[in-house]
Design a protein around this ligand. Structure first.
Ligand SMILES: NNC(=O)[C@@H](O)[C@H](O)[C@H](O)COP(=O)(O)O
Ligand SMILES: [Zn+2]
Length: 439
């Protein structure tokens, strides 16, 4: 049976935080595939390119216009029997490109049990019953807030940033600082103290948030690098002062600005990645990323957004894990099931695997440098979606071969032996990201 290689037309969502017009990689990538319902408008934000079968924005076969969801429903072998029997006739993952101009919401994604409850209770705001663990890989330099800081850092900010302490409450702040500074101590009690302090912040009355935001911004502007007593080793005062003024410029008075002091501020260079389990709090701030997640669109939001906020659900659902950011970053490894040809080896090409601790997906990033560099992949017992984010080359499955350029997206059915080859100049880089599920 001919294993299909299907070129996809993918939809792009225009959330407010997206980069505008062709500045947005999501818009450029969507526009790379001709379609009569997309013309990029210069002043419109384009946030997310969706690649997959999620019904909120299903990708289509460019030749027939049929959705990938329909094609997989009709022929489950595209997914492989094992994937289809575990996840049903759809892709277990949703693959995206995000192009971030303004901060995303302070958010977390529910675990499976909570997702079922939220979807049953409020299907409009929680469109499916699935969990949404997610991984982000930086295409350009990326900034994000991700997971709670080590407790001593939060204690430092509660002691040195008066507007923050005022919103949390003097008594609650003092209790937290005492719990945080206890050597060793009961982990559960520390998480409870963190939840109490964070919950106190998030339940601040709007008039207090307005007043203390003005005080915070004034301090950030006047104190500069000595802001927050110079900050902490992971986030210096000057960086915090700039972030406070930037987020205030983007959202005005917003409780989300104060969440900066509770969450790790992380920067990723291209190719670096982070992984978030369900119920981990985060907010992406800037940059272009490839993102892969379990197939869900459930987002619980609590700040930095004009969208529906569900603060009490967020405060109740969080894991209150806290750790230095390096524990959230992912380190890719050489992908063992692909072979580079001589041209690929000699030009320093690479095939890297990003393999998070969940079953729904992994991602392979292939960088082929110079003309004729080639990577041959062993057949997978499962489906893949592959996008080219820069350069040009070809993609082949058996006798079927297509050219690939920036923004081209293909679905690769199960048991395909895939070959990628660069067709650029000696210094050109043909970069693709492939999300896949194999059981
Ligand atoms: N962390 N990234 C994600 O979860 C994306 O896949 C979501 O689609 C975005 O968070 C949605 O962001 P807003 O709700 O518009 O603020
Ligand atoms: Zn998220």
């Amino acid at each position: 049976m001919q294993v299909p290689l299907i070129r996809l037309q993918c939809g792009v969502n225009s959330y407010e935080w997206g980069k505008k017009g062709s500045d947005s990689a999501a818009a450029r990538f969507a526009a790379a595939t001709p379609s009569d319902d997309l013309s990029i408008q210069a002043d419109k934000p384009y946030a997310e390119l969706w690649m997959g079968t999620h019904p909120s924005n299903p990708s289509k076969d460019v030749n027939t216009g049929r959705t990938l969801l329909d094609l997989c429903s009709e022929n489950q072998l595209l997914l492989s029997q094992s994937v289809a029997s575990k996840y049903g006739a759809k892709l277990p993952f949703l693959f995206k490109v995000l192009s971030i101009n303004k901060a995303l919401s302070i958010q977390a994604h529910p675990n499976k049990k909570l997702a079922e409850q939220l979807h049953a209770r409020d299907p409009r705001n929680y469109p499916d019953d699935n969990h949404k663990p997610e991984m982000a890989i930086a295409i350009t330099p990326f900034e994000g807030l991700c997971g709670f800081r080590p407790l001593d850092e939060i204690a430092h900010f509660l002691e040195t940033v008066k507007p923050l302490r005022t919103l949390v409450g003097e008594e609650e702040a003092a209790q937290f600082v005492q719990a945080a500074k206890q050597e060793g101590g009961d982990e559960a009690a520390k998480k409870k103290a963190l939840q109490k302090a964070f919950g106190g912040l998030m339940s601040s009355p709007p008039e207090d948030v307005d007043r203390e935001t003005a005080n915070l911004v004034a301090l950030a502007k006047s104190e500069g690098e000595s802001f927050a007593a110079g900050g902490v080793s992971s986030t210096k005062g000057a960086v915090l002062a700039e972030l406070v003024t930037r987020l205030h410029g983007q959202f005005g008075s917003d409780i989300g600005i104060f969440v900066l002091f509770f969450l790790n501020f992380v920067t990723l260079q291209p190719g670096e990645a982070l992984f978030l389990v369900a119920d981990d709090i985060h907010a992406y701030v800037s940059g272009d990323i490839v993102e892969c997640m379990a197939a869900s669109d459930n987002v619980v939001r609590a700040g930095l957004t004009p969208k529906f906020k569900d603060v009490s659900t967020l405060v109740d659902m969080l894991t209150y894990n806290y750790a230095p950011i390096d524990q959230q970053k992912m380190t890719p490894t050489d992908y063992p099931y692909a072979t580079l040809n001589r041209a690929g080896y000699s030009s320093g090409s690479s095939v890297l695997l990003y393999d998070p601790p969940i079953d729904e997906f992994s991602v392979v990033r292939t960088l082929l440098r110079g003309d004729g560099a080639k990577a041959t992949f062993e057949p997978l017992e499962g489906p893949s979606i592959i996008i080219c984010t820069s350069g040009k080359g070809t993609i082949a499955v058996g006798p079927t071969k297509h050219e690939m350029q920036e923004g081209y997206v293909f679905f690769v059915g199960s048991t395909a032996e895939l070959v990628l080859e660069s067709s650029g100049g000696p210094d050109d880089e043909f970069i693709t990201y492939k999300a896949f599920c194999e059981i």
